[in-house]
Design a protein around this ligand. Structure first.
Ligand SMILES: [Ca+2]
Ligand SMILES: [Ca+2]
Length: 264
């Protein structure tokens, strides 16, 4: 399924067990090929990349530090992180349409960040899998649906990302607007390509490494992949969602995203 919010509760009335980080020890063991070195917990080595300055005044969409699935409720935004896949014979963790916590980062990122969004999986053979969040949702006919969000106060978006040791490194980042997201009512989600097709959002390919990197894009730097409804620019006044897509035939993926923010 492409993605769906309808079955997920949006009020933060989750059971305490929801907030318990899962598999933190396994994650720590798996990541110690990624530069941990030495005994765990003895020293936090700051990567030089941590000194990359902010591209402007940040308006955080989410820092994941509260551990829950909800993005930060700031400046009219209200939504949750989701995952999705092409429903072929792959595995996806967290699975689509489930509630999940943010992942604990072994040894923290840049000495301050303790949690991030993490998605792992493998084996999808159609168009792949991914994860992301809507910017603003509303209840309509018993379902949560994407509504349009005006981000014209911002100049662009910035976030940190890395991959796990065995993961594919090339993924797609994109921002949906009223023309690429079916919620806008302009594109046709029943076709997969052509001038009316949905999901050809404005974005960029990312090349992830095992080290955390900061990615920063002014909205005007993002482009389409030219398979769907063509548009001259991202409609920043009518955004819908932010997504990270893993291509099909990615044998294994293990993607981390942290501290995602608009910048002004
Ligand atoms: Ca949260
Ligand atoms: Ca964080």
């Amino acid at each position: 399924m492409r993605r769906k919010l309808c079955t997920l509760p949006l009020s933060p009335t989750l059971s305490p067990s929801f907030f318990v980080p899962m598999g933190a020890l396994l994650v720590a063991a798996a990541l110690c090929g990624a530069g941990c070195g030495g005994d765990s917990g003895t020293e936090v080595k700051l990567d030089p990349l941590c000194a990359v300055p902010d591209p402007g005044v940040l308006d955080y969409l989410d820092d994941m530090e509260d551990g829950d699935q909800f993005i930060l409720a700031k400046n009219g935004r209200t939504s949750i992180w989701y995952t999705y896949d092409d429903m072929t014979m792959g595995t996806l963790n967290p699975a689509a349409e489930t509630m999940f916590p943010m992942e604990a980062i072994p040894e923290q990122r840049c000495g301050t960040s303790k949690r991030a969004m993490r998605v792992t999986g493998s084996g999808f053979s159609d168009w792949g899998a991914g994860f992301g969040f809507s910017l603003k949702v509303a209840m309509m006919n018993g379902e949560y649906v994407d509504t349009l969000y005006d981000a014209t106060a911002a100049r662009g978006i910035t976030f940190w990302a890395r991959k796990g040791e065995t993961s594919v490194g090339s993924i797609h980042f994109g921002i949906g607007d009223q023309y690429s997201n079916p919620a806008g009512g302009h594109c046709d989600k029943s076709v997969t390509s052509g001038p009316t097709a949905c999901y050809d959002d404005f974005g960029s390919s990312l090349t992830l490494t095992e080290k955390w990197q900061r990615f920063t894009f002014k909205f005007g730097q993002l482009g389409q992949r030219s398979f769907g409804m063509p548009r001259p620019t991202l409609d920043v006044a009518n955004l819908t969602n932010v997504e990270f897509g893993v291509p099909e035939a990615a044998p294994v993926f293990d993607i981390w995203v942290d501290d995602i923010a608009f910048f002004q």
